[in-house]
Design a protein around this ligand. Sequence first.
Ligand code: RTP
Ligand code: MG
Length: 140
Amino acid sequence: MAGNRTFTMIKPDAVESNNIGNILQMITDAGFTIKAMKLRRLSEDQAKKFYEVHAERPFYMELVEYMTSGPIVAAILEKDNAVADFRALIGATDPAEAAEGTIRAKYAESKAKNAVHGSDSDENAAIECAFHFADEEIVG
Ligand code: RTP
Ligand code: MG
């Protein structure tokens, strides 16, 4: 059914600070089901392509450098209203503005190194899931 999947990455800062387990616990406690998951290190080309929409932004090269600085955990999550509910669970981009109890409030270092990614629309969720996973890597 459309709209019940989102895509997430646990970003290099959160992997480095040993928070993979804590973040996955928060995600599953919030009612999301993990449909696919992998630990991977993005190449520069992959990070540039993934964040292509931000290519003209001043932070683009810093973002690409950060996202290639260490491994990330990529995952496909399923839940009713997945995209909006996951954005609510992760909190605002800048952890200083993220609501208390959100993943970024708890685990993000800064606006740039902000622990997790969450898709911003159903359309982008589908694109991002396909960017990281082949159909046979997603559980039925
Ligand atoms: P994301 O796409 O990773 O879920 O984050 P978001 O929607 O909350 O934020 P977005 O505007 O899409 O920005 C993508 C990522 O770029 C980095 N960023 N750095 N230094 C800065 O001012 C700045 N602004 C954004 C963050 O890693 C942000 O998540
Ligand atoms: Mg975004």
